[in-house]
Design a protein around this ligand. Structure first.
Ligand code: AOF
Ligand code: ZN
Length: 367
């Protein structure tokens, strides 16, 4: 039987999702205040630097909150950060019971929020819908504990494993519904990463296009070890505020780098790794810049390097029920590949869903 705690926590999780795309690198958090079996206040974390979910719920409460129960998807914070500690505000508001989905992996909190509440005689229950709450904040959990972005590798292919026809046509492999899911992903992450091959071939703008909401344009990250990107590439000439980073190496021509800077591109130079960009080094740099998540959108060379260097945290693969053939047609992951099947990169925790006419497979590379 579903407990009443689960029902209210489910509502708090739903609320937390409203913040998707606006809170990075902070978590998605929702809160519900319940008194005598009625919801008297709801809130969520709306944008980075804004009130935490708990405070938003207090602000929205329609009656006196004393003696009520608060459901919150993440342990209330105990530190002075961009805002004062929520645990103290909960104590001041005389809440009698707090139900928490998951503890806060932030080293500044990590159990101390719950401790403060208990020290003040507040009953605390934890682990209600914990797995769901951790999944919603998988980006935050990776980022806060490693200071490196959560990297999602997204691919799209036909049923026979191709990302383009024999003549190179790739628009569109998947249907409109899948492409909308991709735009939602772009809205959610802080950066989109592609290799220079994709820029030279498709000249994409890599922006977020969503009808229903105002899409947040992530930072475009172009991996280009020799700085071959043409100065008229779309990603260097967009009207929107979206920023572009060119990731390159000592192999790049310094005059070209100067010209790129004049186009307002940020340049990151990484050490050479097998004559290419050092991706783990890059992830560290992007994390230091406050980027908590990256959507890797190909091409196949960069995908293999990313998988091989263990920077990929999640794979989202779209499969369109179409067959295009062509023995030379490209597949989602290229590179040198592996020799033995025993070395294959395996995904765990698979989720398979149907997105209109396509299949979406999500999984996490086994470490
Ligand atoms: C949020 N929203 O609703 C809750 C958070 O950057 P600050 O000072 O706002 O603090 C962020 C930390 O606060 C965050 O890493 C997490 O540990 C905790 N809780 N954060 O952004 C919220 N409840
Ligand atoms: Zn807080």
């Amino acid at each position: 039987m579903i407990s009443i705690d689960t029902v209210y926590m489910q509502r708090a999780l739903e609320l937390s999702k409203k913040g998707i795309g606006y809170t990075n690198p902070n978590p998605l958090v929702g809160a519900v205040i319940v008194k005598e079996g009625r919801i008297i206040g709801e809130g969520y974390h709306k944008y980075l630097g804004g009130p935490h979910a708990e405070i938003d719920a207090f602000q929205n409460a329609i009656e006196d909150v004393s003696g009520s129960t608060m459901y919150v998807t993440l342990e209330p914070c105990s530190h002075y950060g961009r805002t004062p500690p929520c645990a103290e505000t909960i104590v001041k508001n005389k809440i009698s019971k707090v139900v928490v989905a998951t503890t806060d992996p932030n080293p500044l909190v990590a159990g101390r929020g719950i401790q403060v509440l208990r020290e003040h005689g507040i009953e605390v229950i934890t682990d209600i819908l914990k797995d769901e709450a951790m999944k919603i904040n998988e980006i935050f959990i990776k980022y806060i504990s490693t200071k490196k972005p959560f990297c999602i590798m997204k691919t799209a292919m036909t049923l026979d494993g191709k990302i383009a026809t024999a003549s190179g046509q790739s628009k569109w492999i998947t249907g409109e519904a899948s492409r909308t899911v991709v735009h939602q992903l772009r809205h959610r992450v802080s950066g989109i990463m592609v290799g220079i091959g994709t820029i030279l071939k498709d000249d994409p703008s890599l922006t977020t296009r969503l009808d229903a909401i105002e899409g947040m344009d992530p930072i475009r990250v172009i991996v280009d070890s020799k700085a071959r990107i043409p100065l008229n590439a779309k990603v260097l000439n967009l009207k929107s505020n979206a920023k572009t980073i060119i990731v390159t190496t000592e192999l790049a021509d310094s005059k070209k780098l100067k010209a790129l800077k004049e186009k307002n591109a940020k340049i990151i130079i990484t050490p050479l790794k097998n004559d290419r960009v050092d991706l783990p080094y890059l992830m560290k740099q992007l994390g230091e810049m406050g980027m908590d998540s990256i959507l890797l959108e190909g091409g196949s060379e960069l995908n293999f390097s990313a998988i091989e260097s263990s920077i990929v945290d999640k794979v989202i693969a779209f499969v369109a029920p179409k067959i295009v053939g062509g023995k030379l047609s490209k597949t989602p992951v290229g590179g040198l590949g592996i020799e033995h099947l025993s070395e294959a990169y395996v995904l765990d925790d698979l989720k398979v869903s149907i997105v209109s006419e396509d299949i979406m497979i999500e999984g996490y590379p086994r470490r």
